[in-house]
Write a protein that binds this ligand. Structure first.
Ligand SMILES: *Cc1c(COP(=O)(O)O)cnc(C)c1O
Length: 386
């Protein structure tokens, strides 16, 4: 990036980084490159380093440039899914015998990846409440930790962790500090600037933003770690395909305005739910009643689109989950359309009975960018059926 490009605001970077017009035709939107292989000018004479689709593709390069720019990192890598990105990072950072310390309400699949897959290769896992820095300090003193893994706000309980505080603790203990920034997105929160070493994304969610492409990403500054990650991206091969990369790039261009509207709608939904007699608790960092509200207000530039709520019982939560119409009952989050998820049996079924289990009374909403009155009316009607 030139100094002028680097000085641009977030929305300008999201729209322009990696998106220079096509030099041969002037096409303002760069073409999608489907070619799996690239002609060589004599043996080894590569044009701009492109050789074979797994090692590099111009459409993927464009996305990676855009991702690095919006997260403020030196290196970005895009993958076929969020979990593929996580797996590649953990294999690059860990060796048998190493330990990972993870938040106790991380995405269920992240917990499963370490507990059920990497465990067989000798990786240890402990979990703690990352929003409690004293608990983290104790856990770090207890036993050496190689990777400290946090999601903030967390999924689905929206706990807020002090990234700068956690990074300081982690670095003191010699750990790599990883932040899954899927929920907040770089439009609202910039973990690298707060001291984290690596940002992880499921781009399937807000970055793609339209529930039509699965993908993942890593963004980091350290050159040596980037070399390892780049080697594994190539050697293991969980790359994003050209059309997936292009859809993700297109989504990111509107990330800034989408996150503003997601946050506005979610705030209205959270305030409505907080006043409803059938709702026993609302989890949303934008509410002054949320224990992480002040920290979130400092660390984030908006509170995001995810709202969780607790009803009186598991049965009430299930009934409510099956009663909304505009909020569709489906896994995933971060699309323009509103979704409702019942974590205990859906996204977090894999962590039932573990330390990362979600209470049965909890329902998670991914508040979309529809007209807010329609969203409130849908929730009101569904709560009437509980
Ligand atoms: C969905 C999700 C993941 C996993 O990403 P996939 O793209 O589904 O592989 C990781 N972290 C968080 C916070 C997620 O929401």
């Amino acid at each position: 990036m030139t100094a002028e490009q680097d000085a641009r605001g977030f929305a300008s970077k999201a729209i322009h980084a990696g998106q220079a017009f096509d030099p041969t035709t002037g096409a303002v939107i760069p073409p999608v490159h489907f070619s799996t292989t690239f002609a060589q000018d004599g043996i080894g004479g590569l044009r701009q380093g492109y050789e074979y689709g797994r090692s590099g593709n111009p459409t993927r390069t464009a996305l990676q440039t855009q991702l690095a720019a919006i997260e403020g990192g030196a290196h970005a890598f895009s993958f076929s899914s969020g979990l593929a990105a996580e797996d590649t990072l953990l294999r690059a950072a860990l060796a048998p015998g190493d330990e990972v310390l993870m938040g106790n309400d991380v995405y269920g699949g992240t917990h499963r990846l370490v507990a059920k897959v990497l465990a067989a290769w000798g990786i240890g896992l402990r979990v703690t409440d990352m929003s409690d820095l004293d608990a983290v300090r104790e856990a770090l003193e207890d036993k050496p930790v190689k990777v400290l893994w946090v999601e903030t706000p967390s999924n689905p309980l929206l706990r807020v962790t002090d990234i700068a505080g956690l990074a300081a603790l982690g670095h003191e203990a010699g750990a790599l500090v990883v932040v899954d920034n899927t929920f907040a997105t770089p439009a609202l929160q910039q973990p690298l600037a707060l001291g984290a070493d690596v940002v992880v994304h499921s781009t399937t969610k807000y970055l793609g933003g339209h529930s039509d492409v699965v993908g993942g990403a890593l963004v980091l500054n350290d050159d040596a770690l980037a070399e390892k990650v780049g080697f594994l991206q190539f050697a293991v091969g969980a790359i994003s395909g050209p059309l997936d990369a292009w859809l993700t790039t297109r989504g990111i261009k509107t990330l800034d305005v989408r996150m503003q509207r997601h946050s506005e709608n979610a705030q209205a939904v959270a305030e409505y739910l907080e006043g409803h007699p059938k709702v026993s608790r609302v989890y949303y960092p934008g509410l002054p009643s949320h224990p992480g509200h002040e920290l979130a207000a400092r660390q984030m530039s908006g509170f995001g689109g995810i709202v969780s709520l607790a009803l009186e019982s598991g049965e009430a939560a299930r009934r409510f989950s099956e009663s909304t119409r505009l909020f569709q009952l489906a896994e995933s989050l971060g699309g323009v359309e509103s979704l409702l998820n019942y974590p205990d049996e859906m996204t977090h079924a894999s962590v039932r009975g573990t330390e990362a289990a979600v209470p049965v009374e909890v329902v998670r909403l991914s508040v979309g960018i529809e007209s807010v009155d329609d969203l409130l009316a849908d929730l009101d009607r569904a709560l009437g059926e509980v």
